[in-house]
Design a protein around this ligand. Structure first.
Ligand code: C2E
Ligand code: MG
Ligand code: MG
Ligand code: MG
Length: 293
């Protein structure tokens, strides 16, 4: 697991990179080429489940880079490089367009109620063209803005509060939903939740990881859920891997969950099969992991 190994989790990722001699500079060059050619990226979709209904209520779009020689490179490795080089703008434009195409596809197949989360980098919020960049693919595919949820990280909200409050408000006014990703990993001043008109917080997977015994994480999740309820915010928990975690989280009042227990991020083709199984009419029973996903 690469996440959490620091901002330059770059070397940490080597086992997955197949070729250890891919240095930073060549990744940068290759990334530039990939952006130009466009066919090395794939968007995968991880289901978000309402554990009470046993149905998929949302998806998170997660980018994959299939490097011609090194194989799959984790976004934790190349997104930071894309941010530093400015390539993130072109990459996000690609992601937003793919995401909207997927939303149109879902609607066509009767899954129009499912929302789709897209990760944006804090850097993109400093740009005046953000709203326009989001509006273009929404219009192209005739997607209701409410179907799209922009995921931002806490670190963004701590930068330049007045400025960011205004930007978040403006984004919300377009109808697009906003969630705070990896919630709880920074100095989450719960106070700012009042000021930002976000819709959802995504509790970071690090809290779920040590949920085995009712210790610190247990109390933290309980506190977050309580506060979120007061602020009328939706909560989803990330990184849910076991049935035991599902049971504890339900007890704590979290019903929306995302994690390997339910499904890994899926390529588009597999996603449809998964949704047909999971959301078939009449299924009200609790969600069972689907083998093969
Ligand atoms: P994130 O937005 O917090 O996404 C959740 C990450 O947790 C994903 O990793 C997902 O595959 C992984 N995950 C989901 N369920 C589980 C689980 O049960 N256990 C464990 N151990 N992990 C789980 P992924 O796809 O490698 O993405 C890593 C990060 O890269 C993302 O974290 C996000 O910050 C960034 N990212 C991914 N796609 C994009 C994108 O299109 N644009 C931008 N700007 N960033 C992206
Ligand atoms: Mg995310
Ligand atoms: Mg996250
Ligand atoms: Mg993240």
């Amino acid at each position: 697991q690469v996440k959490g190994q620091g901002k330059n989790g770059y070397t940490a990722f080597q086992p997955h990179m197949h070729t250890a001699n891919l240095d930073r500079l060549s990744v940068e060059n290759d990334l530039r080429k990939a952006v130009k050619e466009g066919n090395q990226f794939e968007l995968h979709f991880q289901p978000q489940i309402d554990a009470d209904l046993g149905k998929v209520v949302g998806l998170e779009a997660l980018i994959r880079w299939n490097h011609p020689r090194a194989g799959m490179i984790s976004p934790d490795v190349f997104i930071p490089i894309a941010e530093e080089t400015g390539l993130i703008i072109a990459i996000s434009d690609w992601v937003l367009r793919e995401a909207c195409a997927q939303l149109a596809h879902l609607k066509q197949h009767g899954f129009g109620e499912i929302r789709l989360g897209v990760n944006l980098s804090p850097r993109e919020f400093d740009r005046v063209d953000l709203l326009e960049r989001i509006r273009i693919p929404l219009d192209e595919f005739r997607i209701a803005p409410e179907s799209l949820e922009i995921e931002i990280t806490e670190s963004l909200l701590m930068k330049d509060v007045e400025n960011i409050v205004a930007r978040v408000k403006r984004l919300r006014s377009t109808g697009v939903h906003i969630s705070i990703d990896d919630f709880g990993t920074r100095y989450s001043s719960l106070n700012y939740l009042r000021r930002f008109s976000v819709n959802r917080i995504k509790i970071d997977q690090s809290f779920v990881r040590d949920l085995r015994t009712p210790h610190d994480s247990f109390a933290i999740i309980q506190a977050i859920v309580g506060i979120a309820r007061n602020f009328n915010l939706h909560v989803i928990v990330e990184g849910v891997e076991t049935e035991q975690q599902v049971a504890i989280l339900k007890q704590l009042g979290c019903n929306e969950m995302q994690g390997y227990f339910f499904s890994r991020p899926l390529p588009s083709a597999k996603l449809m099969d998964f949704l047909k199984l999971a959301n078939r009419s009449g299924s009200g029973e609790s969600f069972a992991p689907r083998p093969g996903f």
